[in-house]
Write a protein that binds this ligand. Structure first.
Ligand code: GDP
Length: 484
């Protein structure tokens, strides 16, 4: 058995981090909101839209503190923690609202941003002392990194066994180059950097290949192989799984070197992320590109479900684990959101939400058991389509209207990025269970990527209005109770 992955130093680190949060602004409480999801789930767009709408007080009727007239103002603030990059809000908003609106660059590493919210509390003390303030720290990080958390409990031998078993199960073509690279090396021979690199490169290529087009296996760690952040090319990422070598003790061998690198990855990458960022969150939103998985097929749906369940299982890695106890105490609300709901007519949103609820059911049950409140919603942080109806053989069909991105195609039509179309996106099944059944066929959706909305209107004080779906309700669930 590997020894407990969480050390007393970690515990002290987390406790000090939390104390530091409290000490930097003793009178202003800070709510740390984690925004995560696998690559392209919609994190960047969600944060940009959320910040913009909060700063300008636009289009948030479901956010109670605003509709009750108690939110006095919101401003962007500098964060004291200069080690974490600032979320590039202005740049992202610039791309979305410029003369030629374009989707901004997606999340590739951790970043954060601080807002200060000034509000009038509803309770009687608030009435006496005047307005209150709180900081909202929004922390954006790739969901792929969360997939590494289970590694904290796996030795190199255990991880290698799991990783090799999985590689053997997947389609030949994807894993073959990696197995070829593995059979070309002698793991007992003296380690060389090129040999380690060749194997790690082949392993990373196989992981990437498995993820192509969202086909399957989003659960494969190490997450940084897929989303390296600032660690691109670092030795901590130069390892790969190898079959066990019982009785082998030569520290100079390639096997021993890869094992050391794996340990370094856990020590220098996984554990600090867990301790410095994840363990200090109060609230979490998990963005899920449910529609894309549905469109790809039941394997991708099942895979997404196991990715979410595996990640959420990190909230309790056994009752004897002090960090998991601390975690489950701290994150007390989790929102699962199916993103890009504007790809469907609103009449299908309930079904999308039901499918998401079924997808996250195991994860949500576990979180609730540990005292966190959970909810699921279908949202679009930025609405790129509007709704209409089309007639097909005398039947009126609810449709969406938007401009597909250049290069998108449907049947034999390829779009030029300038032509607006009306599209019947297809129906989601009424029974959410049906998409999880083995052997079920992909849901026949017409899923096109649309340009961001153009010709945006402006609010009374000149701010661009970004249309959305249920972003306000998501916000209310995530932070509304702190502004009571
Ligand atoms: P992430 O940062 O990797 O999680 O992903 P992004 O936020 O960059 O989103 C990836 C892509 O999904 C964007 O470039 C958009 O094309 C699309 N997208 C994200 N959110 C929405 C949305 O609310 N509506 C629509 N129509 N597309 C979206």
């Amino acid at each position: 058995m590997p020894k407990s992955p969480i050390t007393i130093t970690d515990e002290i680190g987390i406790a000090l981090g939390n104390l530091a949060d409290a000490a930097t602004s003793p009178l202003t409480p800070t709510l740390r909101l984690g925004v995560t999801g696998l690559s392209r789930a919609g994190k960047t767009i969600f944060i940009t839209a959320l910040v913009h709408n909060l700063l300008n007080g636009t289009r948030l009727p479901g956010f109670a503190p605003l509709t009750e007239g108690r939110l006095i103002g919101v401003r962007l603030d500098e964060h004291e923690d200069h080690a974490v990059p600032r979320f590039a809000y202005e740049q992202h908003l610039g791309s979305l609202t410029g003369p030629e609106p374009a989707w901004p660059e997606s999340t590739r590493r951790i970043s954060q941003l601080r807002l200060t919210l000034k509000y009038q509390s509803r309770n009687w003390i608030g009435g006496l002392v005047g307005p209150s303030q709180m900081h909202l720290d929004i922390v954006d990080y790739p969901g792929e990194w969360l997939l590494d958390l289970p590694l904290l409990n796996l030795s190199y031998a255990q991880w290698s066994r799991e990783a090799l078993e999985r590689a053997e199960r997947v389609k030949d073509a994807e894993a073959r180059p990696f197995f070829e690279a593995m059979s070309a090396i002698d793991a007992t021979a003296e380690a060389t950097e090129p040999a380690a690199e060749a194997l790690a490169t082949a392993f990373a290529a196989y992981l990437r290949e498995s993820r192509k087009d969202g086909r399957a296996l989003s659960t494969l760690p190490p997450g940084r192989f897929l989303m390296p952040g600032d660690l691109e090319g670092s030795p901590a990422l130069t390892f790969a799984p190898l079959p066990p070598l019982p009785g082998h003790t030569d520290r100079r061998s390639l096997h021993a070197m890869l094992e050391r690198r794996y340990e370094a990855y856990r020590r220098l990458v996984v554990r600090p992320f867990f301790r410095d960022h994840f363990a200090r969150l109060d609230r979490q939103i998990v963005l899920v590109d449910t529609l894309r998985a549905l469109n790809v097929g039941p394997d991708a749906v099942a895979d997404l479900e196991s990715a979410i369940t595996a990640v959420m299982a990190c909230f309790r890695q056994g009752s004897g684990n002090p960090v998991s106890r601390l975690l489950s105490r701290r994150i007390d609300r989790i929102l699962f959101a199916a993103t890009k709901a504007d790809h469907l007519h609103h009449t299908s949103h309930d079904r999308l939400q039901a499918i998401l609820e079924r997808m996250v059911a195991r994860a949500a049950r576990r979180s609730r058991y540990h005292g966190a409140r959970t909810a699921s919603m279908a949202i679009a942080a930025i609405r790129a389509t509007r709704e209409g109806t089309i007639e097909d053989k005398g039947e009126k069909l609810p449709c969406i209207v938007g401009t597909p991105q250049a290069g998108e195609h449907l049947g034999n039509i390829t779009y030029d990025g300038k032509t607006e179309i009306a599209l019947f996106p297809g129906d989601l099944p009424g029974d959410p269970e049906s998409v999880f059944q083995e052997g079920s066929v992909p849901v026949p959706l017409h899923f096109l990527r649309f340009n961001p909305p153009g010709g945006l209107s402006r609010s009374g004080d000149g701010a661009v209005v970004l249309p959305h779906i249920r972003l306000d309700r998501a916000l209310d669930f995530l932070i509304g109770d702190w502004l009571k």
